[in-house]
Design a protein around this ligand. Sequence first.
Ligand code: GTP
Ligand code: MG
Length: 568
Amino acid sequence: MALESITLFSSAKASVQAPSLCSFKSTPSARRTAQYLNSQPLLHVTYQASFCSAARPSAVAYDSPPASFEDEEEEGHALGLPLLNSYDSYDEYGDDEENGYFVGMDDELASLEQGGGKGTMDNELPKFAADLHKRSLDDSDRFKLQHGRDVFAERAFLVGIERKGIASSFGIADSLRELAQLSDTAGLEVVGSTYQKLDHPNPRTYIGSGKVAELRAEVRALEVETVIFDDELSPGQLRNLEKALGNEVRVCDRTALILDIFSQRAATREATLQVELAQMEYQLPRLTKMWSHLERQAGGMVKGMGEKQIEVDKRILRTRIALLRKELDSVRGHRQQYRDRRGSVPIPVVSLVGYTNAGKSTLLNRLSGADVLAEDRLFATLDPTTRRIDLPNGNECLLTDTVGFIQKLPTQLVASFRATLEEINDSSLLVHVVDISHPLAKEQMVAVDNVLSELNVGHISRLNVWNKIDKAPSKKHEEFENRGDVICISAATGEGVDIFCKAIQEKLKDSMVWVDVLVPYAKGEYVNSVHRLGVVESMEYVEDGIALKAHVPLRLSRQLQPMRKTSD
Ligand SMILES: Nc1nc2c(ncn2[C@@H]2O[C@H](COP(=O)(O)OP(=O)(O)OP(=O)(O)O)[C@@H](O)[C@H]2O)c(=O)[nH]1
Ligand SMILES: [Mg+2]
């Protein structure tokens, strides 16, 4: 078995260009097939190795025909997808399969032709390609243009629970609404949702067994393709739900969905590596489904074969995870060098943090004329962008836009993005941007505070900014007029932005350090830095140099340390 080249999880892409080919193993014949299909106009084949991933493939490739075609549970078969089988077991299964196509390798082909079988590379593959193409046309009304991309609108159904007695700041309706927004961002079409009131999530199936039966009926009635649960499912829950709901539907959870969105959006090498790592760590304990067909195929004769495969896969995954970590370390090393270089230029860093879709990128764009993608969807930004901006008093600072937060942020994601988020640690000031027009603005603030407290940034001073006041109801205006600790702005119209800049300036001054130094004439560049970055109180040309009294950013004060006047 050519295991080494399996694309184990070619990420859970919820939206792919059809058609895609799901292959359980990357065998030479599967690769060859993909090569052939990709050489055809209008066909684009990607491998996926598992049905747990969020994309519905257009066809399924098996290395040899599964033994139990009649078995209702047979994945691809049950989905009504064309099957592609490499030929080696053709004699045994060849004639009774209408849905399948058979291909073989050259040497196998020779023996096939000698044996007078019907399938050859030459006549079966083109038929297969034509069938795939036809199916993708049949499905074409399911494609909608979304955010400038063709997205296959899978039918999704959402399931949540309301915990009795647990005062979650997000109510179940709000949480499901947000899950729907996430699904939409991932390119799914939400066709319904349900929830159950429970003391605790059911350890076996998350919802109770009666509710599972109800869900199964609803899923059938609505022709649902993906069921998404609002909380992270344990590997056991996932397995049991997959079993209970049948193979026609895919089961996934909030975490997998968010990971999927991140993987669709990751643009830089570091973000891609981080998301891939998070996905693999998520998949590792959940590796079950992709080899279960082997058990059936062996007809129970080679008991535990699937088990063994899972062990092999786990080893492959672990090796890959180790490799990813190493690569990430090296990418981060480069970034650290960049940051160190930036650190030697003592410009204060101001970080924009906040809930996803709060308007952080819009604000950065407004202040710096940057061109960061800002759009009305969740997680538009994954990579931090930094721009230099001028403050009203002529000082400069660096403004950094960061990835947005969300409630129930997957732990793997927080862990793998920690390094990116840790840049926040270098900031002189955190600006917490809130979308005050959002009905759950308060709950979102709490969620952001929770993530921030995990990041140990309590020592950095904060500025709270309520954004989108152009959209907010006037009641909110009265509310914030009574508060001294908030700046109200509209990043879209520019209202309040001047006041915001002044507030940054003041806050930065608060975080500055008082210095009384004598700068030798030979080191005149420091005087420039003090003017550019600090607030000068007095300056005097004396015999040995320039005597300065000023407030300066901490980093600059360190550089000025040797020039401190000895008298103080
Ligand atoms: N009406 C109004 N809309 C705004 C304002 N600021 C931002 N928006 C809109 O809100 C949406 C989200 O803005 P972004 O700047 O992408 O939000 P973000 O905080 O960077 O979001 P993520 O990158 O997903 O974390 C966009 O459609 C913006 O046009 C505002 O002041 N008023
Ligand atoms: Mg953004």
